[in-house]
Design a protein around this ligand. Structure first.
Ligand code: NIG
Ligand code: FE
Length: 408
């Protein structure tokens, strides 16, 4: 039974209390048996029960629950570097999409890509995420938009769930944009999504959630309702890309359909926030997307004060967020969103796990949960996120097994 000792600051990140309540323990120790945490507390209280245990030393560092990236578009082919340059020259994200770039460009490349190439890309990214302390990731489809490619992408996530240490939750994002071949024929595309792809995804048990990009340039509220109704019928719970570029009632819709999370929300209305609080919808801040699109960062105080749990994720994708650096996203929240480091840590752990319905097994360090945690070379969360470095993580454990760092 392994024991990790010499932890200067252990942030348990239990759900109860406020966003900033980390329920931390100083001079702590942590024990686990196979994959589950069996004991957590002050090292002086560690009983003689563990004399023969494998003793690991955290070196006086910070220990946090494994980070959870609850919003990514992991599987795609090709980068869109030229769009990054075009935006620097003054073109907007929407202008670029309208002139042949954007999501549809990635759809074309992803349709052509063979599964092995996509799998290799995903594996490479997940390996690097693990080095940052990430132990669970939500992965969306949405760069296929036809039956065959959507199933190809979701099958890759299923393969990875069995073969990569990171825990994966999959989301079907058929309603990302109306693909070019259905231009002028939106209702036929929605029929395909609702009557063919959703049943096929559900039948093969390839996703837990379905997502809709609710936006003027993508799908309307009524179209989203249609997709979510079909999803529900087939056991896929709703998640929403809401109010990213314009205020379109996405937050209200998320509450109405009892979505697991509403993500982006930069333009959400006050009424929408109130409804999300009543419904218990988790808000997901995506600060790297706001950064890359040069948008004002989500103002989280309104959400937190209104009683909404705020999670954070990378939104990793080749267009609006070509970075998977979750700790950078956390630091950005502190700088641009008036979030404290403690709040940002709960956002990237237990609340993010809630946003992908994994909070029963991971996202906090407590007895009975899986031993998913990371060792961070900092004395406490405040100093970690303040003194930003390429990587401060020195060890990552998934289900009690070390998957990164010295000793892995
Ligand atoms: O979350 N909002 C829609 N989807 C992505 C962007 C995808 C892309 O540009 O390829 C997002 O920002
Ligand atoms: Fe997204």
């Amino acid at each position: 039974m392994p024991v990790l000792k010499n932890i200067s600051f252990l942030a348990t990140c239990r759900d109860e209390g406020a966003q900033g309540d980390l329920h931390s323990i100083r001079d702590a120790a942590l024990a686990w048996d196979d994959s589950q945490i069996t004991w957590v507390g002050r090292e002086v209280d560690l009983s003689g029960e563990y004399p023969g245990a494998d003793q690991l030393d955290a070196g006086g560092r910070l220990v946090i629950p494994g980070l959870v990236d609850c919003h990514t578009h992991l599987a795609f082919a090709g980068w869109r570097t030229e769009e990054f340059v075009q935006r620097a020259l003054g073109k907007s994200y929407l202008e670029i999409a309208q002139s042949g770039g954007g999501i549809m460009r990635t759809v074309c490349l992803t349709r052509e890509a063979d599964p092995q190439t996509l799998l290799k890309h995903c594996r490479g990214v997940l390996d690097q995420m693990v080095e940052l302390g990430v132990t669970a990731v939500e992965c969306k489809s949405g760069y296929g938009l036809d039956l065959e490619t959507e199933l190809k992408i979701l099958s890759i996530y299923r393969d990875l769930n069995g073969s990569h240490p990171v825990r994966i939750a999959s989301t079907y994002l058929g309603a990302h944009v109306v693909p070019a071949e259905f231009k002028g024929n939106r209702s036929d595309y929605l029929d395909l999504v609702c009557s063919e792809v959703i049943p096929a995804v559900s039948q093969a048990d390839l996703a837990s959630f379905c997502d809709v990009f609710v936006e003027e340039s993508a799908f309307s509220l009524d179209e989203a309702r249609q997709v979510f109704a079909a999803g529900r019928k087939h056991g896929l719970r709703p998640k929403v890309h809401a109010d990213q570029l314009s205020s379109g009632g996405g937050a209200e819709l998320a509450a109405e359909v009892d979505a697991v999370s509403a993500d982006h929300l930069e333009c959400a209305s006050d009424a929408g926030i109130e409804k999300m609080a009543e419904a218990g919808t988790v808000a997901v801040a995506l600060p790297l997307a706001s950064l890359y699109l040069n948008q004002v960062q989500l103002q989280v105080r309104k959400l937190i004060n209104g009683g909404v749990r705020v999670a954070v994720a990378t939104d990793f994708n080749p267009g609006s967020s070509p970075s998977f650096h979750l700790p950078l996203g956390m630091t950005l929240l502190c700088v641009g969103s008036q979030m404290t480091p403690a709040e940002a840590l709960k956002a990237a752990t237990i609340y993010a796990a809630k946003a992908m319905e994994m909070d029963g097994i991971t996202g906090s360090i407590e007895e009975g949960k899986l031993a998913d945690f990371a060792i961070i070379d900092a004395p406490d969360p405040d100093h970690w996120l303040y003194h930003f470095r390429p990587n401060a993580c020195t060890g990552t454990f998934v289900g009690g097994r070390q998957v990164w760092g010295q000793g892995a």
